[in-house]
Design a protein around this ligand. Structure first.
Ligand code: ATP
Length: 309
């Protein structure tokens, strides 16, 4: 269990993490989602005690990271794919880590098998591909057989096989009853891996929601309606469970009513329709809508002749 309470981190004037409160529970994969610069890495560093909160607190298994007698057994983390000492073999890298933390050789062999590195374990880690380096980082995170596993953007730069492998591994770790917390800026990836989501934007909590709930909301069909009498039609359609938005003149986006219901109401009122079509919102679109106001460097409109970043 990870407990984050009113966590805030400021760097000078910049508020990287803004009064965050959430829990990460054992037995499931929790995705930590947010656009670039949302504060995910900063939060993860504070969970590991690598950064000091400006205010608020965070505990892992009920204690601050620094207060654990054997922190590697409590939480294993991979914060960023960083180069391993290039002269060492993967096995020697893990053996050195294990020795520092009083972990036996057998566990080193176990984690090498677990991450599928047995064939290359005696090769220099400096020559590893991104995917192999990622596996080695995960092996190191799992060395202490930790109750909590935390990975920052583990699938970045991996091929589809590597992504599937990480997804299966994370699910397996959660099924063993561990707490699994994994960050990403890709909603579609998290929807396939996680069961719960913590969504942040500009350092603030935007949503603490199950993936099933998020997907159900996103799957709500929108009906696109074009009419020369859009304003009259809008008044006719709006109601307690119906939302009507309009992006451009003559266009309405309606949720909460079916195409048939809209067509029937328009016909009964003698209103002309030029389009009546169902639009399926993708998960990525739903995520972007949710975080739109929180994107740090939103794209300028194309007309202004600028592109995002
Ligand atoms: N050491 C630092 N000094 C100053 N500002 C920082 C520092 N670390 C992070 N920030 C700022 O805090 C904000 C949050 O950064 P953070 O890296 O935590 O976001 P993130 O969600 O992990 O984004 P990304 O996916 O791009 O890594 C950003 O605006 C970043 O520029």
């Amino acid at each position: 269990m990870i407990d984050v309470t009113n966590l805030t981190k400021r760097y000078g004037d910049k508020v990287a993490v803004d009064d965050l409160t959430f829990q990460v529970r054992p037995g499931l994969v929790t995705g930590f989602l947010g656009p670039n610069g949302a504060g995910k890495s900063t939060t993860m560093r504070m969970i590991l005690g690598l950064d000091t909160p400006t205010s608020g607190s965070v505990t892992v298994g009920g204690h601050r990271y620094a207060d654990h007698a054997a922190p590697l057994r409590e939480i294993g983390a991979l914060l960023e794919a960083k180069a391993v000492h290039s002269g060492r073999t993967a096995r020697n890298h893990l053996l050195a880590m294990a020795a520092t933390h009083g972990i036996g050789r057998r566990r080193v062999d176990e984690v090498i098998d677990l991450v599928g590195l047995h064939e290359v374990a005696d090769q220099r880690a400096g020559g590893f591909s991104l995917g192999m380096g990622q596996r080695l980082g995960i092996a190191a995170a799992l060395l202490g057989d930790p109750k909590v596993v935390m990975l920052d953007e583990p699938v970045n730069g991996l091929d589809p096989d590597g992504i599937r492998w990480i997804r299966d591994l994370l699910r397996g770790l959660a099924a063993e009853g561990r707490t699994v917390f994994v960050s990403s800026h890709l909603m579609s990836e998290m929807a396939m891996t996680a069961e719960h989501l913590i969504v942040v934007g500009r350092g603030r909590l935007i949503a603490d929601v199950s993936v099933a709930e998020f997907v159900a909301q996103a799957a709500q069909d929108t009906v696109r309606v074009r009419s020369p009498q859009a304003a009259t039609l809008r008044d006719l359609l709006v109601g307690p469970d119906v939302t009507v938005t309009g992006g451009e003149p003559g266009l309405l986006e309606v949720t909460g009513l079916t195409r048939e219901q809209i067509g029937d109401r328009a016909a009964a009122a003698g209103l002309t329709l030029h389009e009546l079509s169902s639009q399926q919102t993708s998960l990525e679109e739903a995520f972007m809508t949710l975080t739109r106001d929180a994107v740090e460097y939103a794209a300028e409109p194309a007309a202004a002749g600028r592109t995002a970043r």
